[in-house]
Design a protein around this ligand. Structure first.
Ligand code: CA2
Length: 139
């Protein structure tokens, strides 16, 4: 059974509770159940933190044994060389996901420190982006 970890960064614990016009109205916990139903053949794990170091620790913890990381690092995407370094340090491949189309938003969201360290990037397709990333790792 393939093991895949979804990592959500800062503020993504508010999904479904605030700013529904940008981020939708479903909580990630609800959507995670949908993902488990869609991919019964995958051992899916979920981790969310608002703390940069905790995200890095989790990448280190699973980054040599899991088959894939689906990473939405939130605003750390645009600031964190440390998360980029963590992705380079591990062997588990990652796919970067953004719920909103960051390229249609403020200029500071157009650059990602992480994109060069991942297999690919999915932006602007809402929560479906996570599904597509898992599909990539399983097909
Ligand atoms: O579009 C995305 O997935 C982002 O990674 C979301 C980040 C943002 O900083 C990135 O530029 C793009 C922000 C996450 C904030 O999530 C919230 C969810 C609900 C309510 C308020 C914030």
């Amino acid at each position: 059974m393939k093991k895949i970890l979804i990592i959500n960064g800062p503020n993504l614990n508010l999904l479904g509770k605030r700013e529904p016009t940008i981020y939708g109205s479903q909580t990630f916990e609800d959507y995670f159940q949908t993902l488990q139903q869609l991919f019964p053949e995958v051992e899916l794990h979920y981790f969310q933190s608002n703390h940069e170091g905790a995200l890095i620790d989790k990448i280190h913890e699973i980054g040599f044994t899991f088959d894939g990381i689906v990473l939405n690092a939130g605003a750390y995407t645009h600031t964190s060389i440390a998360i980029a370094d963590a992705l380079s340090a591990v062997t588990t491949p990652a796919v970067e996901v953004h719920i909103s189309n960051v390229h249609a938003r403020e200029a500071f969201r157009h650059h990602s420190y992480l994109s060069s360290r991942v297999k690919g990037v999915i932006v602007g397709l809402g929560l479906k982006g996570y599904e597509l990333a898992i599909w990539y790792f399983t097909n």
